[in-house]
Design a protein around this ligand. Sequence first.
Ligand code: COA
Ligand code: ZN
Length: 312
Amino acid sequence: MISDFSERLIVQEVAPRDGLQIEPRWVETADKIALIDQLSLAGFSRIEAGSFVSPKAIPALRDGDEVFRGIRRQPGVTYVALIPNLKGAERALAAGADELNLVMSASQTHNLANMRMHCEQSLAAFADVVALTHGVAVSLNGSIATTFGCPFEGRIDEDRVLQIVDAYLELGMHGLTLADTTGMANPRQVHRLVQRVLTRVPAAALTLHFHNTRGLGLSNVLAGYEAGARRFDASLGGLGGCPFAPGASGNICTEDLVNLCDEMGLDTGIDLMHLLTLSRRLPALLGHEMPGQVAQAGRNCDLHPIPENLPR
Ligand code: COA
Ligand code: ZN
């Protein structure tokens, strides 16, 4: 069971990036900006607002520059940009991102499929990014995709993940994300690895990123929380997925996570009703139903009228 109810759980909203990157329907720049502006009012302290990658790789997010310039920034919100290389870093800095999220996979094969580079080439590119940002007021987060399993290679050795953690720390990253790109993690694995990583970095610098591909997303959150993690990525409506990972599906759903936290007495600072309103608009924007469950079921406190003609 959750041992410390007084602790705050930080949710980083990733729908504008992980959520939209895989959507087949083009979302207008103005609609992306409106979504981010609404999310900024829901109580998040961190929003991944887009990526600066090759427009050929991810056409859905090719307007990242305009999106970052167009949003109405709320004080206290960190706007994060995912980047794969130096060019991405230059674009993100020019567009005013507060934090760069540098992504590489633990799996060599997934990194080749996703980033068209070997892991060593990604790390060399990240060293250039670190040099570029020296003296610039921007924070750097290093993400490790396929940490808990790879759709091509299967099991990923924990020591391999820890080597990348060490490489990121040596580069001078301020934060780290362990990402379960295609929902292969299980709670025991999460608990074990988080405990090991937290011997190297403080909880404030660690984010866990789960996809609900096999239905274990929220179980993995609780296992990570129990092991000491306090920051989690989640996506409005349960959108999301990597187009270069076969079988990828949505992130854990933000409103389902916030509902879980509300019910268990964990403070997120996020307004669940506001999220539900936003989530219920997504089918009209994207042309399909969302996998999230609480937007369909309602909150526990959204009661139904008592049926008439009940037996006395
Ligand atoms: N932003 C915009 N354009 C970029 C770019 C960036 N960050 N990085 C490279 N490009 C452009 C180059 O200028 C070049 O353009 P040109 O064809 O008009 O000359 C083209 O992309 C190819 O550049 P190259 O360096 O050879 O890249 P590549 O084809 O080997 O692809 C990546 C490497 C990393 C750019 C690409 O695989 C990528 O963007 N991957 C990200 C995928 C992703 O976002 N996955 C989901 C999130 S984890
Ligand atoms: Zn993801």
